[in-house]
Write a protein that binds this ligand. Structure first.
Ligand code: GLY
Length: 318
C-alpha cells in the first residue's frame, strides 16, 4: 500500500483490504505515547497497570492520574494555574478501543478529573458532564473534594492580574495537557487526556482536552490520537479526529500529525505564538508526533523501554 501518493491518495478512503493490511498484529509489548516530559512517570504507571493485568483503559486512566496528583505541575490537576477569577478548573476525557467515552469539564476541587470521566463513561448513558452538574454527580458517586491552596500559584495569579495580559507562552508550562494514547500487547487501544487548561482563561472556558475528537480520539479500527496546546485551535479543526481519519485514509501517523498542524496554520493565517502538538498511534503500532513549534517532547514506551522523544516541528519560536 503506498502512503505517499499525495492529495489524491490521501482523499481516497482505504478499501477494506487496505485496512486489513494495516493490521500487522500487535507488537507483543505495549506501546504508550504521552505528551511532554510529565508523560514519563505517567507511562511508567501505565506499564505497571498493564503488567498487573489491568486493561489498557485502566492503564491510560491510572497513568495520567499520576500527573493529576503532582501539585508541582502547573497545567494539570489541582496544582494548575487558575482562571482569571482565581479558580483552577479541570477538564478530562477518556475513550476506549470501541469508542466508548467519558468526559468532564469545568470541574473544581477534585483531584482526579480523569477518574470522574471514566466513571461517567462506565456509570451513565452520557459522554460528558460539566460544572455544577458534574460536581453533584461526582459527589453522589463516591468522589470527594480536595481543596488545595498553593501560595506560589496564588501569588503568580495576583501578579498576572496587574496586567491581565492574555498570552500563552510557547512551550512554557502554562497551557499544556497530558494526553496519552496506548496499545496493549493484544492490540487494544485506549486514550486519556486531562488538564487545568489555559492559565488565566475566562471563567467557564473549556478547551480541547475534554472534547472527544479534539483533545483525544480513539477508533480501535484505525488508531488513536491526542493533542496538546492552544485548545481553541484544536477544537476548531477537530484535531485528534482529523489525525485518526487521515490514518484511516492511509496517511502515516507522523504525516497525519503534520497535516493536522498544517491545517491549523492554513485556517489561521498569520497565527503566531501558539503551540499545538499531536501524538498518533496506529493500530499496527506505528506512531508519530508533530508540533507547530520546536520544543514539544513526549514520552514513548516501546519494547519495554520508556524514553523522551522530540517531536518534529514546523518552525522555531524565538
Ligand atoms: N490543551 C489544553 C487547553 O487548551 O485547555
Amino acid at each position: 500500500m503506498s502512503l505517499a501518493g499525495g492529495l489524491a491518495t490521501w482523499m481516497e478512503p482505504l478499501q477494506a483490504a487496505d485496512l486489513a493490511s494495516l493490521t500487522t498484529g500487535p507488537s507483543g509489548t505495549p506501546i504508550i505515547l504521552s505528551t511532554w516530559r510529565h508523560g514519563l512517570p505517567a507511562n511508567d504507571r501505565a506499564v505497571e497497570v498493564l503488567n498487573a493485568k489491568g486493561s489498557v483503559l485502566d492503564a491510560v486512566e491510572e497513568g495520567v492520574a499520576v500527573v493529576e496528583s503532582d501539585l508541582t505541575n502547573r497545567s494539570v490537576g489541582l496544582g494548575g494555574r487558575p482562571d482569571r477569577d482565581g479558580f483552577t478548573t479541570l477538564d478530562a476525557c477518556i475513550q476506549d478501543h470501541d469508542g466508548r467515552a467519558g468526559a468532564v469539564a469545568f470541574l473544581r476541587e477534585f483531584e482526579h478529573p480523569i477518574k470522574v470521566a471514566r466513571a461517567i463513561m462506565d456509570r451513565t448513558p452520557h459522554v460528558m458532564l460539566v460544572g455544577n452538574g458534574a460536581e453533584q454527580w461526582a459527589l453522589a458517586n463516591g468522589f470527594t473534594k480536595r481543596k488545595v491552596d498553593i501560595p506560589e500559584v496564588r501569588k503568580a495569579w495576583k501578579e498576572w492580574l496587574k496586567t491581565s495580559d492574555y498570552k500563552p507562552l510557547v512551550n512554557i508550562e502554562n497551557h499544556d495537557t497530558i494526553g496519552m494514547v496506548a496499545m496493549d500487547a493484544n492490540g487494544k487501544l485506549a486514550g486519556s487526556c486531562t488538564t487545568s487548561g489555559l492559565a488565566y482563561k475566562v471563567h467557564g472556558r473549556v478547551g480541547d482536552s475534554p472534547i472527544i475528537g479534539a483533545g483525544l480520539f480513539v477508533d480501535g479500527d484505525v488508531g488513536a490520537a491526542c493533542a496538546t496546546g492552544t485548545g481553541e485551535l484544536v477544537i476548531r479543526t477537530s484535531g485528534s479526529h482529523a489525525v485518526v481519519e487521515m490514518m484511516r485514509n492511509g496517511v502515516e501517523p507522523e504525516e497525519a500529525c503534520e497535516r493536522a498542524v498544517r491545517r491549523i496554520l492554513h485556517k489561521h493565517p498569520g497565527l503566531k505564538g501558539h503551540q499545538v502538538g499531536f501524538l498518533a498511534l496506529r493500530k499496527d503500532g506505528a506512531h508519530g508526533a508533530y508540533s507547530v513549534y520546536k520544543g514539544f517532547d513526549y514520552a514513548l514506551t516501546k519494547e519495554g523501554r520508556t524514553q523522551l522523544a522530540d517531536a518534529p516541528y514546523m518552525m522555531e519560536w524565538d
